[in-house]
Design a protein around this ligand. Sequence first.
Ligand SMILES: N[C@@H](CCC(=O)N[C@@H](CS)C(=O)NCC(=O)O)C(=O)O
Length: 312
Amino acid sequence: MGLLVDGQWVDKWYETDKNDGKFERQASQFRDEISPDVNAKFPAENHRYHLYVSLACPWAHRTLIYRKLKGLEAIIGLSVVSPDMLEHGWSFGSFPEATGDTLYGHDFLHQLYTSVNDTITTRVTVPVLWDKKEKTIVNNESADIIRMFNSAFNEMTGNRLDFYPKPLHNQIDETNHFVYHNINNGVYKAGFATTQQAYEEAVSALFDALEEIETRLEGQSYLVGDQLTEADWRLFTTLIRFDAVYVGHFKCNIKRIADFPNLSRYVEMLYLHPGVSDTVNMAHIKRHYYYSHAHINPTQVIPIGPELPFIK
Ligand SMILES: N[C@@H](CCC(=O)N[C@@H](CS)C(=O)NCC(=O)O)C(=O)O
């Protein structure tokens, strides 16, 4: 685990000392956009773009779901890192279903970042949306990438599924904001907190938010407008990891998702949505968290359980 400072890899953990033990996520640096406009800087083109992901990562998982459901697998290539994120950060080491760097054969993901800018200072995160033509990172923010995947390639694929329909923009954005701060990032704030108070604040906000979503799902199947939207996919990738890793490893253990009837039904429904189960890899998920965060789990022993009834 570490980051690039002036193009050099530095092996160090997140800084929480100056912030009362609180984990603060840094903003993604590459925020360009692929557009259907042929004159755009990054126009939608067949075989031009490539996605680097970890199957363990909930942020990268969003992009994998969209690549699948929007019919982009034949258009956008894929490289899957090893789940082990150790002293060199994300690496292309061997592990079942890790592909290696299928474009350049790099050993480490930070080499991809420094190939764009050899004096860059940045965290080296997945997902990365890569442009093979310009040999650069288009975007490394999952929230942006799924918006592009939702619409930029529609002409090419003929796939017009819309998970961000215009009339629901405000409601989706509001829900995303609530879910991001309290749940998606909330589990990380709990897990990476280094003081009791920071941990308790994060866990309380997390479970208050889960209770609120549980209530919202009482009379409806989806979060917004009673139709499947981006808001659901963004929540799903955290919920599917919850009982397997966040309850134990991140100490988010007031309840399990299995203890919330509506959330359980909801996560199972989304998991069973055609194509989605292919994007869920529990071996990578459990291995990544329990093996990579040595300060939380120094023995790197990975628990066998829990039983997850509907997961193949
Ligand atoms: N805001 C980013 C966050 C991505 C992110 O933090 N990914 C994690 C893996 S789950 C990562 O690569 N962490 C490495 C690091 O923070 O150095 C996004 O949503 O794309």
